[in-house]
Design a protein around this ligand. Sequence first.
Ligand code: BYC
Length: 323
Amino acid sequence: MQQDAPKAVDDAALNARFEARIEAGETIEPKDWMPERYRTQLIRMMSQHAHSEIVGMLPEGNWITRAPSLKRKMSLIAKVQDEAGHGLYIYCGTETLGVDRAELVDQLLTGKAKYSSIFNYPTLSWADMGVIGWFVDGAAIVNQTVLAKASYGPYARAMIRICKEENFHKKQGYEIMATLANGTPAQKAMAQDAVNRWWWPSLMMLGPSDANSPNTAELIKWRVKRKTNDELRQRFIDLTVPQAQAVDLTLPDPDLKYNEETGHWEHGPIDWDEFWAVVKGNGPCNRERLQARRDAHEKGAWVREAAAAYAAKHQPASASNAA
Ligand code: BYC
């Protein structure tokens, strides 16, 4: 007990210094001292973000072979490839916190780690590719633009590049929707059906309401999150309603109305039972998504083995060259 006392004093001093740095708006870098809880919260959030990018490739990957033109196919392949890149940046960022990527991937494959609820919905028509870009990337941009100012340097910097690419993704999705909405009656109906199916899950993607968000207060205090889930959801709605009006598509919420006083669009109740069912693994595609990732991981075993063998073979040579 007595032996622990000096360390407790040290930790208290380090902690006070850390809190002061956060308060001053300084960026925390990997080698800086940080409270263990700050580190584990970041690992949780960043790894789940990385998993979301990787699992998020699956719903769109489903349509690559069925894209309606070569141009659309090329854009979709490029978008899905960007998502792989985003996953890799964020895994790298997470590794700066002293955790191994293999451990993070294992947490995804064994169902211990979460990934975004939105990717557990099926992609039933080509219009879903448009609406994913418009709504899902749109919601992601609203969330990630703020995360680009997060207190942890490697996460914030990854968000800057990712947001640039997400903006392009959103524009290509909205352009698909505008084209369908101005097309034949059947194309317009397909676009409206996709909007109807994806609107509510996209609102849920931004996280539970603030009253039921146990992590928000701590993450805001440490300036990892700079806005609450409800604030970001409101911003997404305010941005998206005029975009829907511009292409003459209807958002499936009879309670949606503009409040002149607040300057915000008010929305109807969100079905949080559906959200929690999806988060707990019981959405329409949860099992299929995890199985697809497990199969890919198993089939990729030879690549990991080959890379390890190559690294082992070349390491002594480069080490002796350096000497
Ligand atoms: N889905 O206290 P809360 C993309 C969990 S991909 C599942 O509010 P927090 C794209 C939450 O983890 C971009 N679970 O948590 C890719 C927590 O459980 P644990 C994805 C969710 O961390 C391909 C519990 O509920 N974006 O753009 O304060 C194609 C309580 O929640 C969800 C990110 O990952 C959910 N939607 O806030 C196209 C952004 N929401 O972990 C596009 C980074 C909450 O305590 N993450 N949960 O067991 C964040 O901004 C925050 O972590 C969240 C949640 C807003 C998601």
